[in-house]
Design a protein around this ligand. Structure first.
Ligand code: ADE
Ligand code: ZN
Length: 353
């Protein structure tokens, strides 16, 4: 059975009043961030003006006021509209750099960024503008902020498998610029099986594989993501708590779940933060992580996710904080030596707290 990388001797003797500061100060990796979901309303308006794009909102405030979501689809409709201001390589660079600055401020040392090329190429934006802008931002973030970044190309599951194959073809000349592929957008009615062949091809190409599953969709979609798509991480996966056999499987294999608490509350995946599934996932020994998903839309970046989640859930303490950060390194797509360096930095942050 794979073992967790967490250090059994880490200092977990942290007074409760020091925990919020430690949640913010501890080094961590973010593994579930849609870079288009980091577009703040101010940047949407600035890019719209720069590119001459008309927006159906009169002001930043009017746009922000529209962020009252009832489910995933009600969010996606606004999210895709917001992405319409992205046209040039520089726009993708500026968007990602704004995210990396926020990540660095939250002591995120590594981020794996999802991007949705079809949202852009279907509007006539060349694939090269998207990936070259994002790649340049990753290089700049490493150099100027000390934050490392990897890119994960997501297929939009409401579109066809044929469209996903066409996107993969467009992406292959840039194969060295992304580490893997994922599956996002409207989950209900679009099971993983729809993308079995394109994921099989990506696997042959040596790409890392992840998929959103069990956000709104049933536990059956998580089983399919594992057994049909052969993913290495499940994005969200919170509905696994409904299926004890699935929970046992996920725990035994230490299959990572990239959980996004503020997102789940904003999209009504769970009723309140106090009812969130994260404590149950950790208590069952799953390799759960905390992430921001679409921080510009859901009320916060990494540290906001950590502090609001821990404030609402008294079952979560220093042990869980340590475990979540350790899990984020364990579940990342970097070399084992780098994971060990970050794990040592995590121990140092707890020792100093
Ligand atoms: N695309 C951006 N955010 C998403 C989410 N939370 N679920 C599915 N697709 C997404
Ligand atoms: Zn997501």
């Amino acid at each position: 059975m794979p073992m967790p990388t967490a250090n059994a001797n880490a200092n977990l003797n942290i007074p409760a009043d020091r925990l919020p500061a430690l949640l913010c100060a501890m080094p961590k990796a973010e593994l579930h961030i849609h870079i288009e979901g980091s577009l703040e309303p101010e940047l949407i308006f600035a890019l719209a003006a720069r590119n001459g794009v008309a927006l159906p909102y009169a002001s930043v405030e009017a746009l922000r006021a529209a962020y009252a979501f009832t489910d995933l689809q009600s969010f996606l409709d606004i999210y895709y509209a917001g992405a319409s201001v992205l046209l040039k390589e520089e726009d993708f660079f500026d968007m990602a750099m704004a995210y990396f600055r926020r990540a660095a401020a939250d002591n995120v040392v590594h981020a794996e960024l999802f991007f949705d090329p079809q949202t852009h190429t279907d509007r006539g934006v060349p694939f090269a503008h998207v990936i070259n802008g994002l790649t340049r931002a990753c290089e700049t973030a490493q150099r100027e902020l000390g934050v490392s970044g990897l890119l994960i190309l997501c297929f939009l599951r409401h579109l066809s498998e044929e469209a996903a194959f066409a996107t993969l073809e467009q992406a292959l000349p840039f194969r060295e610029q992304f580490v893997g592929v994922g599956l996002d957008s409207s989950e209900r009615g679009h099971p993983p099986e729809k993308f079995a062949r394109v994921f099989a091809r990506c696997r042959e190409l040596g790409l890392r594989l992840v998929a959103h599953a069990g956000e709104e969709g049933p536990p059956a979609y998580i089983w399919s993501a594992l057994d049909v798509l052969h993913v290495e991480r499940i994005d969200h996966g919170v509905r696994s708590v409904e299926d004890p056999a699935l929970m046992a499987r996920l725990a035994a294999s230490r299959m990572p779940l990239t959980v996004c608490p503020l997102s789940n509350v904003k999209l009504c995946v769970c009723d309140t933060m106090a009812a969130h599934q994260l404590p149950a996932l950790l208590a069952a020994g799953l390799c759960a992580t905390v992430n921001s998903d679409d921080p510009a839309y859901f009320g916060g970046y990494m540290n906001q996710n950590f502090t609001e989640t821990f404030a609402a859930l008294p079952q979560l303490g220093a042990r869980e904080a340590y475990q979540l950060a350790a899990n984020s390194f364990e579940a990342s797509f970097v070399a084992p030596e780098q994971k060990q360096r970050w794990a040592r930095a995590l121990d140092a942050a707890f020792a100093a707290a």
